[in-house]
Design a binder for this molecule. Sequence first.
Ligand SMILES: Nc1ncnc2c1ncn2[C@@H]1O[C@H](COP(=O)(O)OP(=O)(O)OP(=O)(O)O)[C@@H](O)[C@H]1O
Ligand SMILES: [Mg+2]
Length: 238
Amino acid sequence: MMEFASQHRLPHEQILLHELNHRVNNEFAAAISVVSLKAARSGDDEVKAALLGIAELLHRYADVHRALQMPEFDIVLDAEMYLRQLCLSISQSYLDERKIKLLLAIEPLRLEADRCWRLGMIVYELIVNSARHAFWRGEGEIRVELSRAGAFVQCGVTDNGTAAAPSAPGHGLKIIQDLSQSLGGRFVQKFGPRGAWSILVFPDDSAPSELAGRPRPRAQVSERATEVLHDSLSTVPC
Ligand SMILES: Nc1ncnc2c1ncn2[C@@H]1O[C@H](COP(=O)(O)OP(=O)(O)OP(=O)(O)O)[C@@H](O)[C@H]1O
Ligand SMILES: [Mg+2]
């Protein structure tokens, strides 16, 4: 660990976070290996299949955990691929079992790794919120849309569950607001009898001059811009 720290000159908190993530990854790997070993040793086909199913599920949870680790390098990522991979892992771990469909309409987009990760954290929390709070009767549908709109990126997450406006935000919505602000963006959410919709709008940092290292003009997203972009979402259940 010390060698890693001196090579990369990471701040102290980041080294601790790296170490913590490393341990969680190791623990997932250890649990998967124990369950797989038990499966291999079992003489009962039903038990074997159940244990292999659990090992597979643990793999998917580990994938989600890995995808949500804070990036350590300043690189530019393919945000479309990143979100597709994250959504696939969330589907396979949280949603498939509950018969919740995740539909994606994600356009090609490149983002700095740190901004891509913030976007991923927001999308993750919104999907998990829909899965936890929207579908009292079981099955349902969640849509994730990502597109460019002029100088901005818009990301919408909608579900077709039922929702009353929350009396108070929990940690999840507070973290989403913080992450949205740190992206220089704006986050709006509405709840109604036909579901919840959430939209995040933030400045697009993928213009060639910005990728070449010039300072990004910190465009502020106006409330009006968020409303207009929200109207262009293909699924608005409320
Ligand atoms: N898609 C949704 N459908 C219905 N209700 C929702 C939805 N998303 C959020 N909520 C409501 O908003 C509340 C606040 O959400 P928030 O993510 O802040 O907290 P939480 O999910 O309850 O807990 P956590 O701190 O673990 O995220 C939820 O408790 C729920 O009542
Ligand atoms: Mg939550």
